[in-house]
Design a protein around this ligand. Structure first.
Ligand code: DUC
Ligand code: ZN
Ligand code: ZN
Length: 479
């Protein structure tokens, strides 16, 4: 019998600490050895001329997510898995919903069953949209026992947003239970006022989505989210940072030693508000929140990535098609921007865009790419060292990456169930040629081959990164 079930040979193995030419031996779905040369393997994959990267970890994606209005995101777990594998991602953290007036336990069971049908390894954030005493005291401990370690809150969006008192309640529960809090930072009341004023003035087209939520509403909410987290000594991650002024709030918090992390997304280094200014309804294809800004802001986001202020790039993948009754036009093509669902698909495009815009264009080194797309999301979400790293004992989630392959992004390449990609026509250099999940080849040259139902749930336990610092403004911390 061969010493290893699988060997990946001759590739440039890249981790958060750099890249080195070596071989990887895999047994039982896990990395068993990393050596200069591995000869005794039942199956050999040659990787000369390719990077071997940890499988991507996308810690913010909306897949088959039920919405309060009774719809479910179009991309189900099977198609989303194919899309993720096509783009080099092997693990995701997605969202169990909560609707106002409802609990979370039933939602958790339903969502777990949905995710089990896919091929991706998956963990969950629990959305808290209604932090009643019953939910926070009785139900949150139960989902924590089931392996949830992050509570997601929205400071905007009807009907999800929390006021400051409700947000504090979630922060305190997270602190008690050893969870991270992830936050959508935009000011609900300010956006509501702007939206009503724009609509009253007849400014209803998709492009006014960006006008309804300028940078200042993101900066203000980011500041507030951090200040309240500081007050109760609770670690948070600020989701989808779109602009320097919000990132600066995070940088200031980090400089003071607070446990505050910042995530951004490919749309904030590629799309602009100008994309939403296309004729007719076309601009809806680019509507997400926060809104895409401009090319000058892209450069500032890269700078904040280089400084380490923003240390994760997630997709914020959101499955709304352009056509059809569940997608962007669910309220008709004449709907004002307020009534067009927010969100864009990006599971498959995430890693190629970050590689091409980042590594190929010389903005970041390969080790930064690995950190942004795999190692940091795994660490921050408590999935490390099982995920996000190439080292003995880790799951053998690996991507063979051709740094020279030039590809023009098309919707067909995305392999999702959505009828468009906002990145159509974008040229990238650097593309995954093979994706391996727990030692199994699940994508080869764009062809996905994985058994539906083969994805594993990733229950998360307590982890040090989200421990409170033990510092409050005056030492007072009510239990
Ligand atoms: N913004 C979000 O906050 N969630 C889903 C999609 C989006 O654009
Ligand atoms: Zn959000
Ligand atoms: Zn989101």
């Amino acid at each position: 019998m061969a010493e290893f079930e699988l060997a990946i040979r001759g590739g440039l193995v890249a981790t958060a600490f750099g890249a080195a030419r070596c071989d990887i031996g895999v047994n039982g779905g896990r990395i068993a050895a990393i050596a200069e040369r591995i000869t005794d393997a039942a199956q050999v994959i040659e990787a000369d001329g390719l990077y071997v990267l940890p499988g991507g970890v996308d810690s913010h994606c909306h897949i088959e997510q039920p919405e309060a209005n009774g719809t479910v995101h179009e991309d189900g777990f099977v198609t989303a898995s194919a899309s993720a594998f096509a783009g080099g991602t092997t693990s995701v953290v997605c969202f169990v919903p909560q609707f106002k007036g409802g609990g979370i336990l039933e939602r958790f069971a339903d969502y777990r069953a949905r995710a089990a049908k896919g091929m991706l390894d998956h963990a969950f954030h629990q959305i808290i949209a209604d932090p009643t005493d019953a939910v926070m005291n009785d139900e949150v401990p139960k989902v924590v026992a089931e392996g949830v370690r992050s509570l997601k809150v929205f400071l905007t969006y009807e009907p999800l947003h929390l006021n400051d008192g409700e947000y504090l309640k979630v922060l305190l529960a997270a602190r008690r239970h050893g969870c991270l809090v992830t936050v959508h930072c935009e000011n609900y009341d300010a956006i509501k006022w702007r939206t009503e004023a724009l609509l009253a003035a007849g400014m209803t087209a998709p492009k006014y989505h960006a006008w309804s939520r300028p940078r200042v509403v993101e900066r203000e909410a980011t500041h507030r989210a951090i200040a309240l987290a500081e007050l109760v000594d609770q670690p948070i991650q600020v989701f989808h940072v779109s602009c320097e002024e919000a990132a600066e709030e995070i940088a200031r918090a980090q400089a003071r030693g607070l446990k505050v992390w910042g995530e951004t997304c490919p749309q904030y280094v590629t799309l602009t508000a100008g994309h939403m200014d296309r004729p007719g309804f076309e601009g809806s294809k680019f509507m997400c929140s926060p809104a895409p800004r401009d090319t000058a802001e892209h450069a500032r986001i890269w700078e904040m990535i280089r400084r380490g202020t923003l240390d994760v790039v997630s997709s914020d993948h959101c499955g709304f098609s352009y056509e059809g009754t569940r997608g962007k036009a669910q309220n008709g093509r004449a709907a004002p921007f307020r009534d067009i669902p927010n969100g864009i698909p990006g599971l498959a495009a995430r890693m190629p865009i970050v590689f091409s815009e980042g590594v190929t264009k010389g903005r970041i080194a390969i080790e930064e790419f690995v950190k942004l797309t795999a190692t940091n999301p795994a660490r921050i979400m408590g999935l490390y060292p099982r995920k996000g790293v190439i080292q003995p004992g880790a799951d053998a989630d690996l991507v063979l990456w051709d740094p020279a392959k030039r590809v023009t992004i098309t919707n067909a390449l995305m392999q999702h169930a959505i009828d468009y990609t906002p990145y159509e026509g974008l040229e990238v250099t650097g593309w995954p040629t093979m994706t391996i999940r727990r030692g199994e080849v699940v994508m080869r040259d764009g062809k996905v081959q994985a058994e539906p139902g083969s994805g594993r749930y990733l229950p998360r336990g307590p982890y040090d990164l989200v421990k409170p610092r033990g510092v409050t403004p005056d030492g007072f911390m009510p239990s």
